[in-house]
Design a protein around this ligand. Structure first.
Ligand code: GAR
Length: 205
């Protein structure tokens, strides 16, 4: 699809579980601050009491309660929403479930994920949130980081789009690592998404 000067890319942001939403907020603020033609057309949360629901209200972003675990037809509903809303990219931000190959084929748009470590280390089933930082802390690693990658039907497995290293040699707990890494996540995801959109939808020469 070609981007015309008046075109605004429409993206959806998926969260799950407790859905804190700090990455969603960082995306929103970055696109706004830099007046970029990217709109978060909707977000999803898996529970109506997730903090991200209130955040969406504050930011005026439509938020749908859709749970990959509770809603049997989760992927069909998501597909329908993406089509209805003319979504051009899905960004996972704290979304802890798999998306099937059938969904990824049908939706026909790129799906990106942010992971709080340097993949392929500390990725895979069960490696999310504090589990990642606990494992990194238990290792001898002096460096952790952030990975943005394309999503395929396996956990943390798709092609890597960007990685940023974070020096954790001074971190005295997994929580300190988490805080340091999260700060870099907030600086990384939005520009990477924007650059990805520019390249992916660049008119062919
Ligand atoms: C982020 O640290 C994100 O990298 C991680 O969940 C957190 C969500 O925080 N995602 C994963 O671990 C995926 N494997 P947020 O709700 O404040 O954006």
């Amino acid at each position: 699809m070609e981007r015309t000067p008046s075109k605004t890319w429409r993206i959806a942001v998926l969260t799950s579980g407790a859905g804190r939403g700090s990455n969603l907020q960082a995306l929103y603020e970055y696109f706004k601050k830099h007046s970029l033609p990217v709109e978060i057309a909707f977000a999803t949360a898996s529970r109506k009491d997730a903090p991200v629901v209130q955040l969406c209200e504050k930011l005026n972003i439509p938020c749908y309660i859709l749970s990959p675990k509770k809603d049997k037809d989760f992927e069909n509903q998501l597909l329908e929403l993406c089509q209805q809303e003319k979504i051009e990219l899905i960004a996972l931000a704290g979304f802890m479930n798999l998306l099937s190959s059938s969904f990824l084929e049908k939706v026909k748009i790129p799906v990106l994920n942010i992971h709080p470590a340097l993949l392929p280390k500390y990725g895979g089933k069960g490696m999310y949130g504090m589990n990642v930082h606990n494992a990194v802390f238990a290792s001898d690693d002096k460096v952790s980081g952030v990975t943005v990658h394309l999503v395929d039907p396996q956990y943390d497995n798709g092609p890597i789009i960007a990685q940023v290293k974070v020096d954790i040699s001074d971190c005295k707990s997994p929580e300190e690592i988490a805080a340091k890494v999260l700060e870099i996540e907030h600086q990384t995801y939005a520009p990477v998404i924007y650059q990805f959109l520019c390249k992916y939808y660049a008119p062919e020469k």
